[in-house]
Design a protein around this ligand. Structure first.
Ligand SMILES: [Zn+2]
Length: 325
């Protein structure tokens, strides 16, 4: 009986007393912190994302992904503060995407490398050749832009914003509602000073009358082009920033973005003239015009603005935050 009692005592000690002195690796009431900072303390290095690239889904650290986005989306010759603004926008965009249902176009991945759908991506190793003898300088700049803004994102109402960006504005950015039809409080029209003076600000493309009619009629067979070319394009409605929202071509109502896609125009901020057998289309700026202008960011950085000033200029009413633990 005594032996039995001693055995019970030992068992009781094994079950209840000893575990108190054994340190638990984590406490479930304290939720495991995610992402777990790595040895170098970088949140980006510790955060894994899934990317649909070259027909396959790959898992990679967020910092490597952001380096690849930066190398593809913005010239590495741009000032460091512009690169930092770009990387914070890209990190935010990625986290915003991560919070949405994975797109069926991604095979379940959080983001893809199609620039028309998510963000372009070019691994640094692939960019090296193109950079030639500047490769080391550019690689250091890109790595520094990512690491010096480690984990930083833009928030609105406490959530990562849809931090869209584009190449060059027409002097003003576009409101999201004017381009995509739904109002987004932080994607409003803002002035982007200095861009109208840039090289490549205005570009002109020309089509012969026949070429123009053929391109449009292929996609919109109901279009009718009368004898007077000055009546082919009518009812142009523009946004405050100047982008064409709606227009009528050959009697068929279109969105400005429809014509932009069909004629491969640089932006929807276009004007059209028809004379002497030629349709001439002039565009201002480059890209959809919503959110941060990359050339605008470059100009602000050259003026001495830091990346947070740049981001606050283009995304209205946002706060700065970090990827949450
Ligand atoms: Zn995508």
């Amino acid at each position: 009986m005594k032996r039995f009692l001693i055995l019970c005592l030992i068992l009781w000690a094994l079950l209840f007393i000893i575990p108190i002195f054994v340190q638990r690796p984590w406490d479930e009431n304290n939720a495991i912190p995610l992402p777990v900072p790595q040895k170098d303390g970088s949140i980006d290095a510790a955060t894994e994302i899934t990317l649909y690239h070259n027909g396959a889904v790959e898992t990679l650290a967020l910092d490597k992904y952001l380096e690849g986005v930066l190398s593809a989306e913005m010239p590495a010759s741009f000032p460091i503060e512009a690169l930092k603004a770009q990387v914070v926008a890209a990190r935010t965009y990625t986290m915003n995407r991560a919070s949405l249902t994975p797109s069926s176009e991604h095979q379940g991945a959080m983001v893809c490398s199609n620039s028309a759908h998510c963000k372009a991506y070019r691994p640094i190793e692939d960019a090296k050749k193109a950079w030639g003898d500047k490769a080391n300088i550019y690689i250091n700049k890109i790595k520094s832009a990512v690491s010096s803004t480690d984990g930083e994102i833009l928030l609105y109402d406490g959530k990562p914003i849809s931090a869209v960006f584009f190449s060059m504005s027409s002097g003003k950015t576009e409101r999201a509602v004017d381009v995509w039809g739904s109002d987004v409080p932080y994607l409003q029209s803002v002035e982007s000073v200095g861009e109208t003076q840039l090289e490549n600000f205005e570009k002109t493309v020309s089509f012969s009358y026949d070429e123009f009619k053929k391109k449009l009629a292929e996609k919109y067979p109901k279009m009718v082009f009368g004898d007077d070319p000055s009546l082919w394009i009518t009812d142009i409605t523009r946004s405050d920033a100047g982008g064409v929202m709606k227009l009528t071509v050959g009697g068929v109502p279109l969105k400005g973005s429809d014509l932009r896609t069909l004629l491969s125009l640089r932006s929807t901020n276009f004007s059209v003239s028809c004379a002497n057998g030629t349709v001439t289309v002039s565009t201002k700026g480059y890209g959809h015009g919503v959110g941060m202008s990359q050339y605008g960011a470059k100009l602000l950085a050259e003026e001495g603005k830091i990346y947070r000033d740049i981001l606050s200029t283009y995304y209205k009413g946002i706060n700065f935050g970090k990827i949450s633990k």
